[in-house]
Design a protein around this ligand. Sequence first.
Ligand SMILES: Cc1cc2nc3c(=O)[nH]c(=O)nc-3n(C[C@H](O)[C@H](O)[C@H](O)COP(=O)(O)OP(=O)(O)OC[C@H]3O[C@@H](n4cnc5c(N)ncnc54)[C@H](O)[C@@H]3O)c2cc1C
Length: 456
Amino acid sequence: MSAAVPEGIDDLRRSLAGVVVLAGDPGYDDARRCFNAVVDRRPAVIARCLDAGDVAAALDFARAHDLPVAVRGGGHNPAGHCVLDDGLVVDLSLMRTVDVDDDARLALAGGGATWVDFDAATQASGLVTPGGVVGSTGVAGLTLGGGIGHLTAQHGLTCDNLVGAEVVTPDGAVIRASADENADLLWGLRGGGGNFGVATRLEFRLHPLERVVGGTFVFRGENVVEAVRRFRDVVAQSPRDLSCQAVLGVDESLTPTVIVAPCYTGSHETPSELDALRSAPGLAADSVRTHTFLDQQRVFDSAYGQNRHYWKGHFVRELPDELIDELMARLLVLGRPPGGILIESLHGAPKDAPPDPGAVGFRGAAFNVSATATWQDAALDEEQIAWARDTAAAVAPWSFGGGYVNYMQADEPIDRVRAAFGADAFARLQALKRRYDPENVLRRNQNVPPLNGAER
Ligand SMILES: Cc1cc2nc3c(=O)[nH]c(=O)nc-3n(C[C@H](O)[C@H](O)[C@H](O)COP(=O)(O)OP(=O)(O)OC[C@H]3O[C@@H](n4cnc5c(N)ncnc54)[C@H](O)[C@@H]3O)c2cc1C
């Protein structure tokens, strides 16, 4: 079924410097595709914007024609919030320019830039900000939810490095958020998601970085649990110059596999912190070596729009042996590979932030543990989703208080979203929402409903 073409669409075409894409137009199917193949929605209008003026015009058009709105950055959110049936998509994917000021060590990224765009631009000057680990992920979407990656221990969450933004509010106003202007909005953008406006430019603090020691250790076999324990212990003792993530899985024969991805930025070529990992039983492949940060950003990859996904997890206070054993057991329950379990360490710089730098509520956690169910056959939807939910439930006794908004599906209840921030920060976000989006126009996200009752 094709979505109906709204009246006055030619006015929108004329007022936009960018492109309007409707059902049947060339590129419509590409423009509505998102990372999660479960999501198959048909917008009435896709407004491919080029600047803040275009975004304001698209939002005006949606308001005038009573069209619900979705905002698309990199299209990676597993909940599929970037696309909707019968509404208008504010598509930022043509706004990918990244300007770098070497002297000031600042980068200005367009609202649709991806980490490939960002890292290529900043690394050309030997600079970096801590971003996501998959290059095609959107800079804005990731930052607005927090941002965990290969440089978290060294430089904190991505949102900790966000120093300013240009934002188009749902009423079409273009405003700035920084420490000096609308500082409360900057606080909300540091973790509170796309609830307050469309970020058309984001400004980041940069750090010098010439090379890293990184790559992956791959462990395979019945003893891999020891590698997970060593990963936990290494990050607990490691200095601020080592970030580390682990992915637990099983192969087709149900043999356990563990991938550990360190990223070390200190001065040693063979950092001793990695010895314990390198000597763990079951090491099947070792690609850890000195390479560029751009190489490190290619260590993980993920097919776009080809697999079905359902992700659910918890930030945890600790990762005891009992929980590791439970996670390894969960990988076997379906009798086929269910996807993976991602464990991201939050040691180091996230803990150093000044008091109340932003809305994120998880920086005190030890790890983020996420069941990332991944499959292809739609007939398996129910089982795969149940696997992710049950796996998250098994993690819940160690929960720090909530899950990661960046990985949440669309069916999370408001209590889980509130728990992700904590009650006080959530109330503050609701007050901000009331100021910037009282009608809850921007509700296709992990929604913070305004305090005025226009709740979902
Ligand atoms: C393969 C993969 C790898 C990932 N890796 C990481 C990782 O390493 N670290 C991490 O922390 N997270 C990671 N994520 C999660 C990711 O950060 C979130 O899903 C994020 O929402 C994706 O942003 P996007 O712009 O690509 O997505 P979209 O689906 O385009 O956007 C998601 C939502 O973000 C909001 N949004 C996006 N852009 C803007 C904007 N310019 N202004 C206002 N609102 C906006 C909107 O509400 C939108 O609905 C990963 C996700 C995937 C699928």
